[in-house]
Design a binder for this molecule. Sequence first.
Ligand code: 3Y8
Ligand code: NAP
Length: 256
Amino acid sequence: MSANLLVLGGTTEATALCRTLSDNAICGVVSYAGRVEKPVQQPLPQRVGGFGGVAGLVAYVRAHGVTHVVDATHPFAAQMSRNAVSACAEAGVPLIALTRAPWQAQSGDRWTHVPDIAGAVSALKRPAARVMLAIGRMHLNDFAAHPQHFYLLRLVDAPDSVLPFPDHAVVQARGPFTVADDLALMRHHKIDLLVSKNAGGAGAAAKIAAARRLGLPVIMIDRPALPDRLEAHTPQEILAWLGHSKPDLAGTDLGV
Ligand code: 3Y8
Ligand code: NAP
């Protein structure tokens, strides 16, 4: 039976996987939550919007004859990842996660680890600073508790409501970002503190390197706990999991 994948997308790794699947003529659909107005175009058909919890995902998998699910969502998309584990177990469909290791502090880094967004908000209970808040839009209102700071906000889409910060600037940009651009951005806004999720990967790493270069402190939000599941770190590992890795041709009579 040929494979018919459901890729839970929204990351650089998911984009790389979609390219690999398309290059290997493996059928699948990539799924987005619909968080942003225009998700990047992929070389696979895509669907946008929630499934309707675990039951909705089970129903989707069954209705579309999905043979394998790859959870290539962001490490902070914990609810989606939990739902994928439960739904695939219930539907009896194999699941693997395509994920990336967390960033590790290097020499010169001035990180303060906090367990979650609330921890980052508490860490901002301090005299006024110039804070780069590069965690997207979904949790901004939590930081209204500390209006004394100047906030530099980087968002994928323009804000659709008044932001709860008396002193702020908005940069509308979609990653991946470069160190040179993030250095220039932080210098331009005289940033003296960075708040970041420990996203891992390359797409959001530029600001971490820029903060190191500038000697800035970073409030680093650690990842939420995820259920146990099979994990891979490259599209090639996914191909192998699908049984599509190139056969070992050594010693094979190619008849040429
Ligand atoms: C909708 C799909 C690709 C994927 C690219 C990666 C890299 C660029 C860096 C900063 C940090 C942040 C944010 C970020 C990055 C990649 C990746 C990544 C961080 C898109 C995308 C969707 C989203 C959703 C969006 C969240 C927000 C988070 C912005 C596509 C562009 C801050 C995470 O406005 C909103 O509501 C945005 C919401 C979830 C986190 C949040 O809490 O706000 N991502 N990001 C996905 C969907 O609808 O299912 O449009 O391409 C994807 C990417 N964003 O294909 O190259 O792989 O991480 N995304 C974080 O890491 O902290 C920006 O500014 O420095
Ligand atoms: P989340 O909190 O874990 O998920 C909340 C709900 O959103 C899920 O239960 C599901 O709704 C829906 N959902 C999430 N991802 C989906 C997907 N790929 N396809 C279909 N429905 C999805 O997720 P999130 O943190 O909001 O992330 C949403 C999307 O943004 C994901 O694609 C993720 O990869 C991407 N992203 C997130 C971050 C981040 O910092 N969180 C960073 C970069 C990219 P139902 O229960 O109705 O199925």
